[in-house]
Design a protein around this ligand. Sequence first.
Ligand SMILES: *[C@@H]1O[C@H](CO)[C@@H](O)[C@H](O)[C@H]1NC(C)=O
Ligand SMILES: *[C@@H]1O[C@H](CO)[C@@H](O)[C@H](O)[C@H]1NC(C)=O
Ligand SMILES: *[C@@H]1O[C@H](CO)[C@@H](O)[C@H](O)[C@H]1NC(C)=O
Ligand SMILES: *[C@@H]1O[C@H](CO)[C@@H](O)[C@H](O)[C@H]1NC(C)=O
Ligand SMILES: *[C@@H]1O[C@H](CO)[C@@H](O)[C@H](O)[C@H]1NC(C)=O
Ligand SMILES: *[C@@H]1O[C@H](CO)[C@@H](O)[C@H](O)[C@H]1NC(C)=O
Length: 453
Amino acid sequence: MLLSTTFALAGLLVLEASASVRIRKTGRPPTGYEVDFRYVNATAKRVLIGGGIQPFTDQFHATGTSYRFNGRYDPHEYQPGDFYVSNPSPQLPAEPAYKWPYEMKKVSDDGVWTYTAPLPSGIYSFAYLVDCNYAPNCTIDTGHLVIDPDLPPFMNVPGDQVASSFQVPFDARFQASPELNTNFDYALDAPKKHRGRVFTVNYTSPGSLHPAPDIHDFSIYLPAEYGKVPGKKYPLLYLSHGAGGNGADWENLGRMSHIMDNLIREGHIPPTVVVTPSFYNLDPSLGPRFIYGNRSNPVPVPPAAKVRENFERYLFPWVESHYDVCQNASCRAFAGLSMGGVLTYEMYVNATEQFEYYGLFSPATNPPYIDAAAVREKPALLSKGLMVAYGLYDFVFPQARDLQTALDAVGLRYINRVTPFGSHYWNTWQDELWWFGVKVLWKPLPFDVRTGR
Ligand SMILES: *[C@@H]1O[C@H](CO)[C@@H](O)[C@H](O)[C@H]1NC(C)=O
Ligand SMILES: *[C@@H]1O[C@H](CO)[C@@H](O)[C@H](O)[C@H]1NC(C)=O
Ligand SMILES: *[C@@H]1O[C@H](CO)[C@@H](O)[C@H](O)[C@H]1NC(C)=O
Ligand SMILES: *[C@@H]1O[C@H](CO)[C@@H](O)[C@H](O)[C@H]1NC(C)=O
Ligand SMILES: *[C@@H]1O[C@H](CO)[C@@H](O)[C@H](O)[C@H]1NC(C)=O
Ligand SMILES: *[C@@H]1O[C@H](CO)[C@@H](O)[C@H](O)[C@H]1NC(C)=O
């Protein structure tokens, strides 16, 4: 089924007024853009905007070690070079003294609530928190977390996402900073003729618990050219979510399709198909059914080796027999964020013959890593195209560095990206996907010091 709403939606946001979220070019400080939120609820007593939107900080008042001491600025105080980092849960601190910046005002007796803020370039995800002051306690089932009805999330299955998102453009007059580049325009809509499409797909996966018995789901990005050149087979990238996520995350929270459109349009990569699978609910032996966004339903992350085996058995053959995708490792890549980075490492070590390129985005990996003996046994490990990327303020920074140390020790040349504004969050992962395309995907192997220059 085609979920074309994502595309209509993004166009709508920038070009036309929407009842819910409107992005306006203002041509004035502090950012050159303002975003208007509007929500109608006659019975609500207090409405906060949460669900992923964050306060701001700058690099002089941010540490990777304690989020409590970050700037936590209101966007109305924005200065060039400011960026947001995610505060790990709770996103609304319980400290009574801390004022959350995103609070709506009731502007009419029939319950119209509004909030306007200047926001800089970037991706924002949000939901309305109704009569609920502490994010971890605000849930959909109790009516305290409300997804914007006019800006529904991209989802594979209804209920499988709990926030909507939008992308604000860059305006160099107000946002250019001598300290830091925070221009995310590579994730805006490409011109129409360059836009690929994203579909939700169900595939046969015996043992799957969701969305139906023995049926599992993924999202697929087909580039604009797909289907127009008879017989053409496309390079294939698998892109994984992280812990607590699912296959729709990359599109809903990261605008993956728009980043791919722009990578292709600007000639960084040839048209490429992207599959974003889900690693939960594959098999009852890997854990109970995982319900997205349900905080009282914590499900352990299934072991990467088991996920690999399951994907090898059911997902990979299914994709290759249903789409015009390439049939050999040289044009196949696997990447993933956080626990998806752990899965990517597993693919690198144990599905070495399946893929030529690997993107370890904010990988939450742990030793043991490959060593000289592993490389002697499987020399192909040294000829693969790897990227290790993580944020400067990312809580997996130490783990990603340890992984790099291990790769250095065996003499592997990988591409490295430390996102300078990055915490463990979607602005970082957008950045990592962008640079993965620009510097890594389908580039000549093995990598050397001139790769991507
Ligand atoms: C996938 O399967 C689920 C559960 O049967 C169903 O609700 C959904 O509509 C299906 N989606 C597609 C795209 O077929
Ligand atoms: C309105 O707010 C109430 C809480 O006062 C909440 O239970 C309900 O779900 C909200 N309704 C809508 C339509 O957002
Ligand atoms: C969150 O909910 C729990 C359980 O109902 C409650 O004990 C706690 O006080 C709540 N926290 C806040 C900050 O409201
Ligand atoms: C959330 O998970 C709990 C515990 O597994 C379950 O009892 C509850 O029904 C779930 N809520 C929803 C909305 O699925
Ligand atoms: C791999 O597949 C691509 C696309 O199908 C093809 O162009 C290429 O020649 C193949 N390479 C090898 C080594 O088979
Ligand atoms: C790879 O496979 C081996 C042997 O099955 C297993 O012990 C290991 O945990 C797997 N993953 C990694 C990353 O080594």
